[in-house]
Design a protein around this ligand. Structure first.
Ligand code: T5A
Length: 208
């Protein structure tokens, strides 16, 4: 039972790293389930569409509860069953995204969001959270080069994204590690694999 999360600001390379980790873990004989947030169930995908693509203005609380509705459904219907079945779960974004975007970015109050997060996840915490760090301009350039269609968050100004980045850089606590993602993909993979291998090993020892 190992729950791994990759986090970081826009264009940090999360999805690229998650795909690579999945391939490497599978090559090592590990059964892996990969998910991304928000999304991963029909309800969560519907909430994602509203939160990211809606053309209508929305209350900040509405945005928060859309991402939390997605998370609640994903945790209960996909992540917990997979962990209970002994799979490693690899998740592209999780609760730290909510603290970075809805608390630091949007300015919602931390204590209330923490309480709502606990309700949405039932207290589930990752064993490892890899936080990728890149300067805002580097992440945005990467998105432009990848010709990504901009969503509601990506259309926010640099000040918003600097607050998001600062929140990620300040993140600490159980299982949180930071990697300089302005390095080459190869260097990022090497650093990430170090932590993933260590965490999976510890967890395997724990259940044997
Ligand atoms: N959100 C989400 C909230 O507000 N609250 C929440 O609680 C949650 C869960 C999700 C949005 O939802 C918000 C935050 C987000 O705005 P998304 O599209 O799923 O949106 O996530 P994004 O972070 O926007 O995805 P991106 O694709 O922009 O960023 P990634 O995944 O970090 O970057 P990736 O891997 O796609 O790479 C981008 C480009 O960079 C290259 C890749 O090849 C690719 O072309 N690249 C590198 N280039 C050079 N060096 C490296 N080391 C590189 N790594 C990758």
């Amino acid at each position: 039972m190992t729950f791994l999360v990759v986090e970081g600001p826009e264009g940090a390379g999360k999805t690229t790293l998650v795909r690579w980790l999945q391939t490497e873990l599978e090559a090592a004989g590990v059964s892996v389930l990969t998910v991304r947030e928000p999304g991963g169930t029909p309800v969560a995908e519907a909430a994602r569409k509203l939160a990211l693509k809606s053309r209508h203005d929305m209350a900040l609380g509405a945005e928060l509860f859309l991402v939390l509705a997605a998370r609640a459904d994903l945790v209960e219907r996909v992540i917990r069953p997979a962990l209970q079945a002994g799979q490693v779960v690899l998740c592209d974004r999780f609760w730290l995204s909510t603290l970075a975007y809805q608390v630091a970015g949007r300015g919602l109050p931390r204590a209330e969001v923490d309480a709502a997060l606990r309700l949405a996840t039932g207290g589930l915490e990752p064993d490892l959270t890899i936080v990728l760090d890149v300067p805002v301009t580097v992440g945005r350039d990467r998105q432009r080069t990848a010709r990504k269609v901009r969503d509601r968050f990506e259309r926010e100004d640099d000040a918003f994204h600097e607050r998001v980045r600062a929140a990620y850089r300040a993140a600490d606590g159980r299982g949180v590690v930071h990697i300089d993602a302005s390095q080459s993909k190869q260097a990022v993979r090497q650093a990430a694999w170090h932590w993933v291998a260590q965490t999976a090993e510890l967890s395997l020892r724990g259940v044997s």
